[in-house]
Design a protein. Structure first.
Length: 101
């Protein structure tokens, strides 16, 4: 909320090359806000807690779980905090795939 309010064009502020300079954590939080507001049935989250401190990551995961209940969420992450969901697929160093439901 405070992050988005402080951006020149709010949620539509361009980031990255040629856009507003944001930290990695700020980019993650903005991407999460955009994903939530898009109101899609299927949401892909790529490392949603990367570059966040522990307290912010925990709050983001809690908010995402509440807001995305009932939707299909594919979360690609190395962070145990961001998972597990109803089904967890783990890829090991040796390319073995395990799934838990």
């Amino acid at each position: 909320t405070g992050l988005v309010a402080g951006l020149p064009a709010g949620l539509d502020t361009p980031v990255g090359s040629g856009g507003t300079a944001l930290s990695g954590g700020e980019r993650r939080r903005l991407a999460a806000a955009r994903a939530l507001l898009a109101d899609r049935d299927v949401v892909l989250l790529d490392e949603p807690t990367a570059h966040l401190d522990a307290a912010t990551a925990e709050a983001l995961v809690r908010d995402l779980r509440a807001a995305l209940a009932g939707r299909v969420v594919v979360c690609v992450t190395h962070d145990e905090l961001a998972g597990p969901g109803d089904t967890v697929v783990r890829l090991s160093v040796h390319d073995a795939v395990t799934a838990a439901a």
